[in-house]
Design a protein around this ligand. Structure first.
Ligand code: ZN
Length: 233
């Protein structure tokens, strides 16, 4: 889905949002980096063309090139940077099982997502993730609705929740990304309830600003987002 463009002239710098955790603000979408002993692990990888920005921001933060990327889902603005990162170096790709099938070219994405696939290209995942698994210190939480296999990732140690496009933020509020970008609203709302129930302390969305102590905003969203809304985000 489209997001707000980064203001012209704004510094494209990694922003430290929690211990060992960096936000990489790309063009209208966030990726994140987790510091790890063998090299940083990305959560999502931006659009096609974002790979140099990602590597540049990591270098600016004193970090090495990524050694793995953990994808929340297969949309072009989250998985689009993977192929260029793979060309630049050795990188493990981990994705939710259903999304991994689609990324490999085997699934059947909805019509509106097929064009994005052309730009993402086929990606072979090294590891297919399932709900409940813990990978790189993050628990995999099923959060379908935006796409059928979408997953979020919870770091239980400090309550950091990476929501991908299950939830976005705007002006301190939490939203389900609008239709038609969210395919199945009932599932997306059930996912919102599940994520709220995790009582995260820091919500890190694919689109929007990080949100600290999001409990009240999540409670408001659970009420408001029962009915689908349409729009550009
Ligand atoms: Zn997105």
């Amino acid at each position: 889905m489209a997001g707000r463009p980064t203001p012209r002239g704004a510094p494209l710098r990694a922003e430290r949002v929690a211990a060992g955790t960096w936000r990489l603000p790309l063009r209208g979408v966030n990726a994140y980096a987790l510091e790890a002993a063998e090299g940083p692990i990305l959560v999502d990888a931006g659009n096609p063309g974002d790979a140099p920005r990602i590597v540049g921001m990591l270098a600016g933060a004193g970090l090495a090139a990524p050694r793995a990327v953990l994808l929340t889902h297969g949309d072009v603005d989250h998985a689009g940077g993977v192929r260029a990162l793979l060309r630049a170096g050795d990188l493990d790709v981990w994705a939710p099982a259903v999304e991994a099938e689609v990324l490999a070219g085997r699934g059947r994405p909805r019509a509106m997502r097929r064009l994005g696939r052309l730009f993402t290209g086929r990606i072979r995942c090294d590891r297919a993730l399932t709900a409940g698994q813990v990978v790189a210190g993050l628990r995999v939480v099923a959060s379908p609705g935006h796409t059928p296999g979408h997953c979020s990732f919870l770091r239980e140690a400090d309550g950091v929740l990476f929501t991908g496009d299950a939830l976005s933020t705007r002006a301190g509020e939490v939203f389900i990304p609008r239709q038609p970008f969210t395919e199945d609203w009932a599932n997306a709302h059930a996912s919102l309830l599940r994520l709220a129930d995790l009582h995260p302390r820091l919500l890190l969305p694919g689109h929007g600003e990080p949100l600290r102590d999001p409990g009240e905003a999540l409670a408001r969203a659970c009420e408001r987002e029962q009915t689908p809304s349409r729009g550009s985000r």
